[in-house]
Design a protein around this ligand. Structure first.
Ligand SMILES: NC(=O)c1ccc[n+]([C@@H]2O[C@H](COP(=O)([O-])OP(=O)(O)OC[C@H]3O[C@@H](n4cnc5c(N)ncnc54)[C@H](OP(=O)(O)O)[C@@H]3O)[C@@H](O)[C@H]2O)c1
Length: 342
């Protein structure tokens, strides 16, 4: 018997799905589970249960969020309550200090054990830089052992990711925080091409070139910080950052729809073709984010107005990954079309 959906929830069969190049279908919206240092693991696990009850089937997890064991308990309850495993889409991610060839399998095993699962639907390489930094460290913090992107090394990690697919522990593998030049090399050399690329995407940071590149190459974009991450840790804020939910275009559309501007960001994301993974522990918020995916679409004029609101404002800049003196965070993102030399 399937778990009954709350009366005001959304039947998961109505939620938009993304067809991946493998032929699999991924729910076109998921719940983020990074608590931004503000929300406890217990609160997030409770949100996972609540979100499943209103119709979410896709959960974006990661070892580094430090809450997979609690989320595993929540998922066990969700499945005990009648949601079949095959209806769920669970993502986890390999953290940056686990890129070593011998580290990938144990890291995946640990996430599986914590999440109480036999397999993951998607396993991502969280960042392309194999750098350890202490959790919660400041953006000015640098690791003496920081390393640049070295493609041969990334592919060694990728081969291990491919092995996990062969072993049946992982159904799909993907990349995150990548750039076009890095992805071109991965596409050239991969035995199993990435099914998705998880990337920062919100109205003020639309990444049109990378978005088009992944779509053209049959890689589904998953968009993180879809609302512009208003509750992100203070360490991830800089004075020039803009605020998506205060954008006049977003606010105008929110007024027309009588919803919070956050909901407009989510609705736009789904309609544009990415899979947003908004985070919230509040039922009214995560329910509103899900419901907007099955209501009347934004108008063509509204979609064009949001497309014109891009500010190229990256929020998650990755400063802690810089590997030598006198670099700026822009060096991490290959802005001139070439991988920044080591
Ligand atoms: N792959 C990566 O490297 C990477 C990086 C960053 C994030 N992620 C993933 O992406 C997920 C989402 O990113 P994020 O959590 O940084 O940012 P986000 O989803 O853009 O913003 C989350 C915040 O938006 C507010 N919000 C959500 N729904 C709302 C609604 N309907 N009405 C009003 N406010 C609403 C909430 O603030 P209040 O709590 O104040 O209501 C919530 O804390 C993460 O949880 C994580 O799973 C991945």
């Amino acid at each position: 018997m399937n778990q009954p959906i709350d009366k005001d929830g959304v039947d998961p069969v109505r939620v938009p799905q993304r067809l991946l190049h493998t032929g699999a279908r991924m729910p076109g919206i998921g719940l983020g589970t990074f608590g931004s240092d503000r929300f406890s693991g217990a609160q997030i696990a409770e949100a996972v249960k609540g979100a499943a009850a209103v119709g979410y089937r896709h959960f974006d997890c990661a070892a580094v969020y430090g809450n997979e064991a609690l989320i595993g308990e929540a998922l066990r309850e969700v499945m005990k309550g009648g949601v079949p495993r095959e209806d769920l889409w669970i993502t986890s991610k390999l953290w940056n200090d686990k890129h070593g060839e011998k580290d990938v399998f144990p890291a995946c095993e640990k996430s599986l054990k914590d999440l109480q699962l036999d397999y993951l639907d998607l396993y991502l390489v969280h960042w392309p830089f194999p750098n350890f930094h202490a959790p919660g460290c400041d953006v000015t913090s640098r690791s003496a052992n920081a390393k640049p992107y070295v493609h041969e090394n990334y592919m060694k990690t990728w081969r291990q990711m491919e092995k996990l697919v062969g072993m049946g522990l992982v159904r799909h593998i993907g990349t995150s925080n990548m750039t076009i030049p890095k992805l071109k090399l991965v596409l050239r050399d991969a035995g199993i091409k990435p099914a998705v690329n998880e990337m920062e995407l919100h109205p003020h940071f639309q990444q049109p070139d990378l978005f088009r590149f992944v779509m053209d190459n049959g890689i589904a974009p998953i968009g993180f910080c879809p609302i512009g991450s208003p509750t992100r840790p203070d360490r991830d804020k800089t004075p020039d950052d803009t605020v998506d939910i205060e954008d006049p275009v977003i606010v105008r559309i929110a007024k027309r729809l009588n919803v919070h501007p956050a909901v407009v960001c989510v609705k736009w994301a789904v309609q544009r073709g990415q899979t947003p993974i908004p985070f919230s522990v509040y039922r009214n918020e995560y329910l509103g984010n899900l419901r907007c995916t099955v209501t009347e679409p934004l108008t063509g004029e509204e979609m064009r107005a949001i497309a014109g609101s891009d500010r190229n404002c990256r929020l998650i800049k990755g400063q802690v990954f810089l590997w030598k003196e006198n670099q700026t965070w822009e060096d991490l993102w290959d802005l001139n079309g070439e991988i920044t030399p080591a």
